[in-house]
Write a protein that binds this ligand. Structure first.
Ligand code: UGA
Length: 446
């Protein structure tokens, strides 16, 4: 394998993992971010988020000198390949994606590229973007000789980010024109960067820009749809007396459907699925085919309804929530993560507070990140036992193993009243009821 000098612009979750993973493959990598604090932390080997395996590859990259970080675009001038790992947050004025970080970064990069005086240079977009973005960004680079843009979406899952980057289930390359010789050269360059990944022979699919962009947005929208589908079935289960876990297990055994992403509960959150779903809806509307993806609004609405359902169940169990002590198990949007972006757990905690409850939130990793959002709204208690003390109602919203494995007798001795809402369907109702708990779930009748 040949070593390539490359940059990763934007070292948030995706970019930081990508930079360290590329150094792990043996490349010389420089990560850039405008956030000087983040750059300093990464350069000091301090991971800015909780991600298994990331601290090790970060430390190794820094120790070998193959990985470094900067805030200065001038330091990127010598690199042959530049990855764009910038965020595309939801716009403040609607559902669409805010592309300003990407645009600013591409313009700043374009300033330093001429110093390579025409030597082949590759820009690789990894961010999740609406169809049409790559072509627009490409125009911002079109005046530069020897510069090619490939769109190469990232499919990593938080919690498996390093593994998903180094051993992906597929690689997608979007190019401006598959017939073009320059595109072929760009593909060969990216193959060179990923040579060690390609040794495992993952499918590598070359397509147009728009298809590559749509692969990513469709995949996330499909995952969100699958979750909301089973959550809609949950609503039927609750009124008919069925248990959604029985339904999901049997339905998922049809391998055309598959068992994954059929876990019913309080629904999806995180920095990707909710915002990508909304950006997809907005993009379809902008292209005049809003009706085609109109059903995705319902996918979003079902997800929101499940959060509201937890508050309804709390009222069914406690009556008026004013002054009542409620403990929420979970702050992160999913277990094994400290990410609280659009976390269902924090949203429900906020709604319970708005209904008058005195809320305590506990989480093994997510409290630090939850603090700015929950300031004045909830007590944040890292110790599980302390958090349970005095609870009149306990609500499980993030299925950390320590909550899944909670012993009902031991927990029962800590709380004031043994009432539980299982928002993830991970507790054994029989076991909990036998230990004296009143247990309600999302998708199972009482
Ligand atoms: C998601 C996708 O799964 C990745 O493929 C994608 O690359 C990534 O977004 C991205 O766009 O960057 P991630 O946000 O890490 O990854 O989280 P997921 O594991 O997909 O979980 C999303 C949410 O769905 C979580 O809140 C989880 O609790 C919820 N979920 C998941 C369910 O409620 N039920 C399920 O059956 C599965």
């Amino acid at each position: 394998m040949t070593t390539t000098t490359l940059s990763v612009i934007g070292v948030g979750y995706l970019g930081a993992v990508h930079a360290a993973s590329m150094a792990e493959l043996g490349h010389e990598v420089i990560g850039l971010d405008i956030d000087a604090e983040r750059v300093a932390a990464l350069q000091a080997g301090i991971p800015p988020f909780h991600e298994p395996g990331f601290a090790d590859i970060l430390a190794r990259g820094l120790a070998t000198g193959r990985l470094r970080f900067t805030t200065d675009y001038a330091d990127l001038a010598g690199a042959e390949v530049h990855f764009l790992g910038l965020g595309t947050p939801q716009r403040a004025d609607g559902f669409g994606a805010d592309l300003s970080h990407l645009e600013t970064a591409v313009d700043a990069l374009a300033e330093v590229l001429p110093s390579r005086s025409g030597a082949p240079t590759l820009v690789v977009g990894k961010s999740t973007v609406p169809a049409g973005t790559a072509r627009l960004l490409g125009e911002r680079l079109a005046h530069l000789e020897g510069v090619q843009l490939v769109w190469n979406p990232e499919f990593l899952r938080e919690g498996f980010a390093v593994q998903d980057t180094l051993d992906p289930d597929r690689l997608v390359y979007g190019v401006h024109d598959r017939e073009d010789a320059a595109a072929e050269q760009a593909i060969a360059m990216l193959d060179g960067v990923y040579a060690r990944i390609l040794e495992n022979q993952p499918p590598r699919l070359v397509m147009g820009y728009e298809a590559a962009e749509l692969v990513k947005t469709s995949a996330n929208a499909f995952l969100a749809t699958k979750i909301s589908f089973i959550n809609a079935v949950s609503e039927m289960c609750e009124v008919t007396g069925a248990d959604v876990t029985d339904v999901a297990r049997a339905v998922g055994m049809d391998d055309r459907i598959g068992a994954k992403f059929l876990r019913a509960g309080v629904g999806f959150g995180g920095g990707c699925l909710p915002k990508d779903l909304r950006a997809f809806i907005a993009s379809a509307e902008e292209h005049g085919v809003g009706e085609a993806l109109g059903f995705l609004r319902e996918v979003d609405a079902i997800n929101d309804r499940r959060r509201g359902r937890v508050v309804e169940l709390a009222r069914e169990l406690l009556g008026d929530l004013h002054g009542r002590r409620v403990t929420v198990l979970g702050a992160a949007f999913k277990p094994d993560s400290d990410d609280v972006r659009d976390s269902p757990a924090l949203d429900v905690a906020t709604r319970l507070r708005a209904a008058g409850a005195e809320v305590t939130v506990t989480d093994p990793e997510g409290l630090e990140n939850a603090r700015p959002r929950m300031d004045g709204l909830a007590e944040l208690e890292p110790d599980l036992d302390t958090a349970l003390q005095g609870a009149e109602l306990t609500v499980l919203l993030t299925e950390w193993s320590q909550y899944r494995e909670l012993d009902p007798a031991r927990a029962g001795a800590l709380v004031t009243a043994p009432r539980m809402i299982d928002g993830r369907n991970v507790l054994d109702p029989q076991q909990w009821r036998a230990a004296g708990w009143t247990l309600r779930s999302l998708g199972r009748a009482d």
